[in-house]
Design a protein around this ligand. Structure first.
Ligand code: HT7
Ligand code: ZN
Length: 844
């Protein structure tokens, strides 16, 4: 397979002045007629006229009205073209009904829809399918579908046709078309300059009652972007469509966002608090792309984090503002450590701006998205809030309408602040998570912190240079008062010291407050000091971090030395859980144990080989001991935290329910499930119904409720995804693979629906001890199904191969079991380019 390199970038030799597309819809034989005005660039280095095209049946091509015969080549066509501007007209035939890859134009539930990012437009017609080619699009759709939508503004419609025009030049990856039997949930928004924008969420008939929350989220996002970034919406219409079969969460097509129905449809009865929060964030994310992605796009796909890192950063700011800043930060760090740190530490490690790829779909990763956002967070911290917004203003003024690079992005910060960002830029080009080792020294009122940074080698990058690392530090006195407020120390060298003078006694440091940089902090400290920080730190993130570190130390000691759970930690947890002055959401987070995968990662980082069964046993023992410690107070605490009254998805109520859910899971270990059975029966919302079912399934007491859940929800695909996933997530290690296998035989298991496939196999891979069970059944079951899925949907298959990425941390037996499965996948005849690239990288 061909490898593409950042260094080889060359602009396309032709401007695209306008694009007109006509679609004659038919499930298996859609005709696409394109009329495109090309103009050769006088100073172009590359004059070859190459248009991308895949899975297209070419019917005819004309240039300026004359038939021509282009040469079909791998991945597209080339053609002799005039040296002056010309009109290209092509007709192709495509098969949306046969398109199970869900890229290009495909059918989902009898509805036509498109997915063009990253390179799906080339499956619709021949075109320079690259993000730096921008043009205005007019679209005519012909067919019998009741609703036919495309980007931009409607230009007219009649019996069997609809026309659309998007006045904003855009790359082809932002093209969208939707047609089918849809109904709209309407809304409207008046922009700060007084423009009325019509809003719609389009859904299948019957889903209209699940749109209200999404519509509010959209309006809040539009207002927030005006208030915080000064950015206004730029069309008269904003449409969102929910589709059931979708490879990812959602897509920011200009004026016509397309959403995985799981990321937009919400109701109290069918969605959990976590679903509501995620939906709000994804609606915001896609809306924010209108400026960071659409108005200013990427020059090439190597620059993907330019739009994704920035948009994730913006959606995190939005969620912090709408909900709780510390809780959002803690949640994000948990996700970063669970998804991005393993990527950075394994065979799939790559920098936020990769320099090569075979299949760009494989680079929509936690590193590009989440680490990309962390890099922006560091930049903001280094230059300060005012300078950050000054630089962003300059970015929008300077680059509106352009396809940009990371260099353009950093240059606006340099120009706005006068700061040299050459060393900072290493964050974009170096892979791997830096380790920052801290030591301390105190004498005569002076306290010195010494930092040593290093980054382990990653594929293709054996040596790393020191980076700029902002480390936010505060100091506490031994009685718990803060004696130095947060200060950002800038690490730039491999080893560097910072001294704080005038201290009355040796302080307790609170380092990396707010998780000011995506690094692994290493410091010799004691559980007593961690408990002190858990009780006294003024930085909520670091208070949680201290509790998290205590939890990890306890688990590690239990796994390695067979130690009992640390009593000081159990006492600290008990104190916190009873402390009603503390935010319930925060208490729920502190009470949530680190994941078993996280403990495996910690053991690996410390040079041990993790044993998944031992980690599972330690988790069980710890949770049981905690439940027993809280025994006398649990029923009262649980009752006090039960949220009565009509359901509301707001952050405060959700926080209380989260704490209540944690307490229920502990209580279920003591009362044999009595309370969970009562909660299940009484629940009028999915959060409490789901929490009760989870507690019961975990205790192997949920058969009746699981059947009832199925009977109640079998016609709701999204709720059924929860039912599939929960049974596997809650299964004991020795039963996990068998549970997943049985569910793949279920009548409602549908290989072609990515949500259902992910529900089953995401849950399998996420059940750490079950997936890594020594029998190897989990590894084999996943491989069997990836091989089968690859023939239908390479993109989703390839993404799910990442389940094996940590394989080298385990023992020789497990390694050889996983290697055998990876090799079997790699040797499968006709394997897609997507999956081939992933397994090859993982095996390397
Ligand atoms: N920009 C989008 C990324 C994307 C995608 C979405 C749906 C299906 C396939 C896709 N490939 C790439 C989503 C986002 O980050 O907002
Ligand atoms: Zn995005």
């Amino acid at each position: 397979p061909q490898t593409f390199y950042l260094k080889d970038y060359t602009p396309f030799g032709y401007d695209v002045e306008s694009v007109h597309l006509t679609f004659r819809l038919a499930p298996e034989t859609t005709r696409v007629l394109s009329r495109i005005r090309f103009a050769p660039k006088p100073d172009a280095a590359e004059k070859t006229f190459f248009l991308h095209g895949e899975d297209l049946q070419l019917i005819s091509v004309k240039i300026d009205g004359q038939d021509v015969k282009p040469r079909l080549v791998d991945g597209g066509l080339t053609c002799e073209v005039p040296g002056a501007p010309f009109t290209w007209e092509a007709e192709v035939e495509i098969n949306p009904a046969g398109n199970t890859a869900l890229e290009g134009l495909y059918m989902s539930n009898r509805m036509y829809c498109t997915q063009c990012e990253a390179e799906g437009f080339r499956k619709i017609t021949y075109y320079p399918d690259r993000p730096d080619v921008m043009s205005t699009f007019s679209v005519r759709i012909e067919g019998d579908e009741p609703v036919m939508l495309s980007n931009g503004n409607p230009m007219g419609q009649g019996e069997g046709w609809a026309e659309w025009h998007d006045p904003w030049p855009k790359p082809a990856y932002l093209f969208a078309l939707v047609a089918g039997d849809l109904v709209n949930y309407p809304g409207s928004f008046t922009t700060k300059s007084g423009k009325e924008v019509e809003l719609n969420i389009w859904v299948r008939p019957g889903d209209e009652n699940k749109c209200a929350f999404g519509m509010e989220a959209l309006k809040k996002s539009m207002k927030w972007d005006e208030d915080v970034y000064g950015l206004e919406y730029d069309l008269e219409l904003f449409n969102i469509v929910a589709v059931d079969d979708f490879n990812m969460g959602a897509m920011e097509n200009k004026g016509l966002n397309i959403f995985n129905s799981s990321c937009v449809l919400a109701s109290p009865e069918t969605s959990t608090d976590a679903n509501f929060e995620r939906i709000e964030a994804i609606i915001a994310h896609e809306y924010f792309h209108n400026w960071t992605g659409n108005r200013i796009t990427c020059r090439d796909w190597f620059q993907l984090c330019l739009k994704e890192g920035l948009t994730v950063f913006r959606d995190a700011q939005f969620t912090s503002d709408m909900r709780s800043e510390p809780v959002k930060r803690i949640d994000d760090v948990i996700t970063l450590r669970a998804r991005q740190f393993p990527e950075d530490a394994g065979p799939l490690a790559h920098p936020p701006r990769p320099e090569q790829f075979q299949e760009i779909n494989n680079f929509y990763t936690a590193t590009v998205y989440e680490k990309g956002a962390e890099v922006i967070g560091m930049l903001k911290r280094l230059v300060g809030d005012d300078n950050y917004y000054k630089a962003l203003k300059l970015y929008f003024e300077r680059h509106d309408g352009q396809a940009c690079t990371i260099e353009d992005w950093l240059k606006v910060f340099e120009d706005a602040t006068g700061r040299d960002l050459q060393q900072f830029k290493l964050w974009y080009s170096q892979a791997g998570t830096p380790r920052v080792k801290v030591s301390e020294d105190y004498a005569d009122g002076s306290y010195t912190l010494t930092f040593e940074q290093s980054t382990p080698p990653t594929p293709g990058q054996p040596d790393k240079a020191p980076r700029v690392i902002p480390v936010a530090v505060g100091l506490l006195s031994p009685n718990g008062d803060e004696v130095r407020a947060t200060e950002v120390l800038e690490l730039t060298e491999a080893k560097q010291s910072f001294t704080f003078d005038g201290l009355a006694s040796k302080p307790v440091p609170s380092i990396l407050r707010e998780f000011s940089a995506p690094v692994i902090l290493e410091r010799d400290t004691t559980n007593a000091e961690r408990a002190f920080l858990l009780a006294h730190d003024t930085d909520p993130f670091n208070r949680w971090e201290a509790g998290n570190a205590l939890a990890k130390e306890t688990r590690v000691a239990m796994v390695l030395d067979g130690a009992p759970p640390d009593t000081a930690y159990l006492d600290a947890l008990e104190k916190l859980v009873r402390d009603d002055d503390q935010d319930p959401a925060f208490r729920a987070l502190v009470l949530s144990p680190p994941s078993q995968a996280d403990i495996a990662q910690t053991l690996h980082e410390r040079g041990h080989t993790p044993d998944p069964q031992k980690i599972y046993d330690a988790a069980e023992t710890f949770t049981q001991t905690l439940a027993q410690q809280l025994e006398t107070s649990l029923p009262r605490l649980y009752a006090a935290k039960t949220v009565e009254g009509p359901y509301s998805p707001d952050a405060v109520s959700a926080g209380k329910r989260a704490l209540n859910g944690r307490l229920l899971s502990l209580l279920t270990r003591l009362d044999g499930g009595e309370q969970a059975v009562r909660q299940y029966a009484a629940a009028d919302n999915m959060t409490q119904q789901y929490a009760a079912l989870a507690a019961l399934l975990k205790a192997e007491k949920g058969e009746v409720q699981s059947r009832a859940f199925f009977d109640q929800w079998q016609d709701d695909r999204l709720v059924m995804d929860k039912w599939f996933a929960l049974q596997i997530a809650c299964a004991a290690p020795e039963k996990t693979a068998a549970t997943a296998k049985a569910l793949t035989q279920h009548a409602l298991f549908d290989m072609k629906n990515p949500n259902r496939f992910r529900a089953v196999f995401g849950a399998l891979a996420g059940n750490h001890a079950g997936f890594h069970h020594a029998s190897g059944e989990g590894y084999q079951l996943l491989a069997d199904n990836l091989i089968a899925l690859d023939k239908l949907n390479p993109q989703t298959t390839a993404r799910m191969c990442a389940a094996y990425q940590t394989w080298k941390r385990y023992d020789a037996g497990r390694q050889s079991l996983i290697r055998a499965q990876l090799t079997r996948i790699a040797n499968t005849e006709g394997l897609s380019r997507d999956t081939n690239e992933m397994v090859t990288r993982i095996l390397d």
